[in-house]
Design a protein around this ligand. Structure first.
Ligand SMILES: Nc1ncnc2c1ncn2[C@@H]1O[C@H](COP(=O)(O)OP(=O)(O)OP(=O)(O)O)[C@@H](O)[C@H]1O
Length: 236
């Protein structure tokens, strides 16, 4: 579904992505992990067309994304920090996004209902807490039934009840065969949610493995233990 071929991106002297290749298929729920500054967000932004790689190509459903903007309609994106027009209310933001989308399809209002967004529609974006902004971002990411979801630290800042609601929604999307890419530093949160791990370091892909295989080759029980083991032994 997504084929990343040998992409590199420099910011001045800094090599944020370094000849990275990766294939992601439908039904995969992938944890994108690695130390701060290793290039995870740059990779995500490249997939979204927000960062232009210096070299390499990104193929979405067989088409190079440079020649086709339409592919973006198929991706639901939840940014780490959602930025919205601050004087608009939640209701106006949701209405605006639906207007831009201009689709006859019935939106997915499950998160909207579960997060109680209907009771907060009048609130201005600038007055929202970080967690409420995250709820709006999550609602928008899932609103149009996207076959691909890119979630940047999705549960960071959410209260435990909201985090469980979102995790159940991610599990449901996974069961429906969507492709889901999640970045998180909370490795224990990813346990039971993801079925593949992509580990990046200094802009390079260090490993891409099924979670069962990762645990088997490292002899560890959890993703967290397996990654710590790999980092200590330097093995791949
Ligand atoms: N627009 C930019 N201009 C200059 N440098 C940038 C820019 N965007 C990212 N970088 C640099 O590229 C490197 C990779 O950043 P990126 O945000 O992709 O890392 P990350 O893995 O998402 O980090 P974190 O885990 O902290 O979110 C960092 O050193 C960052 O400072």
């Amino acid at each position: 579904m997504i084929v990343i071929k040998n992409i590199s991106k420099r910011f001045g002297k800094l090599q944020a992505l370094d000849h990275l290749s990766l294939q992601l298929s439908r039904g995969a729920c992938v944890a994108l992990i690695g130390p701060n500054g290793c290039g995870k967000t740059t990779l995500i932004k490249s997939l979204l067309g927000m960062v232009l790689p210096d070299e390499g190509s990104l193929i979405f459903n067989g088409q190079d994304i440079r020649h086709n903007n339409e592919y973006r309609r198929q991706i639901g994106y939840m940014p780490q920090i959602g930025r919205y027009p601050e004087n608009m209310t939640i209701g106006q933001v949701i209405g605006m996004i639906k207007g831009i989308r201009n689709s006859n399809e019935t939106p997915d209002y499950e998160l909207y209902e579960q997060f109680g967004i209907d009771r907060m529609l009048h609130k201005k974006m600038r007055t929202l807490s970080g967690g409420t902004t995250q709820k709006v971002s999550a609602t928008l990411a899932f609103l149009f039934h996207p076959p691909v979801l890119i979630l940047d630290e999705p549960t960071a800042g959410l209260d435990p009840v909201a985090a469980e609601i979102l995790k159940a929604k991610i599990a449901d999307a996974k069961n429906k065969g969507r492709l889901i890419l999640i970045t998180s530093h909370l490795l224990s949160e990813l346990e039971g949610m993801v079925n593949q791990v992509v580990f990046m370091q200094e802009g390079k892909l260090l490993l891409h493995k099924d979670t069962t295989e990762l645990k088997a080759v490292t002899g560890q029980k959890t993703i967290k233990e397996a990654i710590v083991h790999l980092l200590k032994t330097g093995a791949k």
